[in-house]
Design a protein around this ligand. Structure first.
Ligand SMILES: [Zn+2]
Ligand SMILES: [Zn+2]
Ligand SMILES: [Zn+2]
Length: 338
């Protein structure tokens, strides 16, 4: 098979696709086949690191790399690009099982610190225009390794979903003279219909416009465009918020809840984005204890989401689960808003 590693431009949608032929060979859940987990202490990948709580490793099967070659095929019509960038893994704990809510608050703060350091380090690279930090959990999401970890992709372009958000934030600022998310936070706190949890620095809510049944957004109360602008105390408050939301999810149906978590921040392409307000989005795929919500024909085929249920009622369910988790968790900084 010819080795193909490049960006291809989709002219119908106007976005880049990362073609990484080599990634098809990566192992699926190696530890289930009794092979050693690569993220546990003592594995070849981690054994030179000494004592560690949080470890940043290069992705062994990177979709992007800094030494990516020029595409070896020229075409007078289709656009190619170099698959240049960085893919990393953040191993969040030496312990093989668990979720963010199972880390202590201080440990979770170290994970946030690692996210912040990598965002800054990778964002400084000339090739990198956008750093996306995300966490996939559960086999339903296609996670190939169960050891708690998140991932970082440093991209050579601004991804389309972020580009849409930037456009809408900018337009709102131009038309209303204020920040879209600051406005939403103020409204949601005033009306208190969809709030789940808040501490001094962050508010967690099910958005009015949720696409997934139990989608939750985590917003910093202060207008900041990236993790870099958070104070030390705010990073601790963010750690608290992410612990509480993942704990809330695991208490919702009394099952280990799969989810996608994505951090949306300003691009690192050297431009200014004062109108943008960073945030974290969670998309869990379940709509009931054992019923998955799929992005199917209408959703994936047209990007039109149907919401099965009433967002305000789902928010209430999440608040109950949050209260349940708060009664069990060792330490928390905020309150469930009910
Ligand atoms: Zn492990
Ligand atoms: Zn704002
Ligand atoms: Zn967003």
């Amino acid at each position: 098979m010819r080795k193909v590693h490049e960006l291809r431009w989709n002219p119908l949608l106007g976005c880049w696709i990362i073609v990484a032929g080599h990634r098809a060979r990566r192992p699926w859940r190696p530890e289930e086949k009794k092979r050693i987990c690569p993220f546990c202490p003592g594995a070849p990948e981690t054994k030179d690191e000494g004592e560690w709580d949080v470890l940043v490793l290069p992705n062994k099967y990177p979709a992007l790399s800094l030494d990516a070659e020029e595409p070896n095929m020229k075409d007078e019509f289709y656009r190619h690009g170099r698959a240049v960038g960085v893919c990393e893994v953040v191993v969040e704990t030496p312990i093989h099982e668990g979720d963010l809510c199972d880390l202590s608050l201080d440990h979770m703060k170290k994970v946030i610190d690692a996210y912040t350091d990598e965002y800054e380090k990778l964002g400084k690279l000339r090739e990198v225009k956008y750093v996306v930090i995300f966490r996939n959990k559960g086999k339903e999401i296609g996670v190939s390794l169960t050891h708690p970890h998140s991932q970082i992709y440093a991209l050579p372009f601004i991804p389309p979903r972020i580009a849409v958000e930037l456009k809408n934030f900018r337009r709102f600022m131009e038309e209303k003279g204020s920040c879209l998310l600051c406005t939403i936070i103020e409204k949601e706190r005033r009306e208190n219909k969809r709030l789940i949890y808040e501490n001094d620095g962050f508010v967690c809510l099910l958005p009015f416009f949720a696409m997934w049944p139990y989608e939750v957004h985590v917003y910093p109360k202060r207008h900041v465009t990236s993790l870099s602008e958070l104070s030390n105390e705010e990073r601790l408050q963010l750690a608290d918020a992410l612990r509480i939301i993942t704990g809330t999810y695991n208490n919702l149906f009394d099952r280990d809840m799969p989810y996608i978590m994505v951090i949306h921040q300003r691009p690192t392409d050297g431009e200014e984005y004062p109108y943008y307000h960073m945030h974290i989005e969670f998309y869990p795929p379940y709509r009931e204890k054992d019923k998955l919500k799929y992005a199917a024909g209408i959703e994936w085929g047209t990007w039109t989401f149907t919401y099965d249920g009433v967002p305000e009622e789902k928010a209430k369910e999440l608040r109950m689960a949050c209260l349940k988790f708060l009664s069990k968790v060792d330490k928390h900084l905020g309150r469930c808003v009910s």
